[in-house]
Design a protein around this ligand. Sequence first.
Ligand code: 5AD
Ligand code: FES
Length: 361
Amino acid sequence: MNKIKNILNKNNLSREDMKYIFKLEDKNQLQYLYDYAYQIKEKYVDKKVYFRGIVEFSNICEKDCYYCGIRKSNSNMDRYTMDEKEIIEAAQWAYENEYGSLVLQSGERTDNEYVEFVEELLKKIKSIGDGALGITLSLGEQSYDTYRRWYEAGAHRYLLRIETSSKRLYEKLHPSNHNFKSRFQCLQNLREIGYQVGTGVMIGLPYQKVGNMVDDVEFYRKFNIDMVGMGPYLKHMDTPLAKKVINFDEKKQLQLGLKIIALTRIVMKDINIAATTALQALNPVGRELGLKAGANVVMPNITDKKYREYYKLYENKPCIDEESKECRSCLKKRVESIGEKVGFNEWGDSPHYFKRISQKE
Ligand code: 5AD
Ligand code: FES
């Protein structure tokens, strides 16, 4: 027990300290870690959870990532794209139900028709409640110009996971036409244009070493990230990477997911960190555990129920049979069950972002 206390008492954690934490199995020490991270969360971002209603509006994807269920080569998946009316309806629902922000996510497409579709969509969503909804995009790698157009149309946050900060590991998880450097360049472009930038990784991946996990946390720090969405790797039967997994240990995956949340909170302090759905795929109270380990954002699914099962990045995706309103009350209850409240009607941008901006001026 003393060891973890000594580590967390330091101002800056060394690589060795972080490695120790990623390898830690002792229950009491782990609880100490989560509680410590929770105190930092309370101090820097409050015991308040922000909801971002997520619309997964299309599962058509040009990419072929080895881990992802909606990869281009997966012919076992029926493809869909919601039409504008359906997406606007979901956004309207989010507004009426006091969700301060919206996330638009889809498979990756870069053709003109798609870029324009999103641009028009953004303008229409922005007109709901006179700009009431904050909009986060999670639409993958795009050109500088596309990012700029979407920013000007009303999006102000962008989530683009780097997936892993190790170029070597990145190349093992993707075909050769997927490029680590371009992905990193996208993050820089987004920052330059003015977005609040979020990134993230998967943890518990085949080939991933403890040192890679430490590098991931270091990556958030060096890039001075405003928000993070990350989670444990989960298998999807119809993907090449699933075949490389020998022993899939759900408990360990969940634990890794919680450890990286706690460490990220300890290192970055005032950023926004999502308790992702992947945590709940591993444990019915996974998202609550994420919040207890330092996360402060949840992304309730507001996609029309008829599409949910087709947006399957991994197996056991929760909330496939629920309607948006069921997820709302379910998640509200979950948040309240751990003594926190939901920041309804607030955009909930991270204090880190405001600090970063004011230091720049
Ligand atoms: N397990 C966990 N996360 C996954 N993602 C894609 N496939 C998986 C999987 N099998 C994550 C990626 C991507 C995000 C939208 O979903 O990190 O960036
Ligand atoms: Fe969807 Fe609980 S969040 S049912």
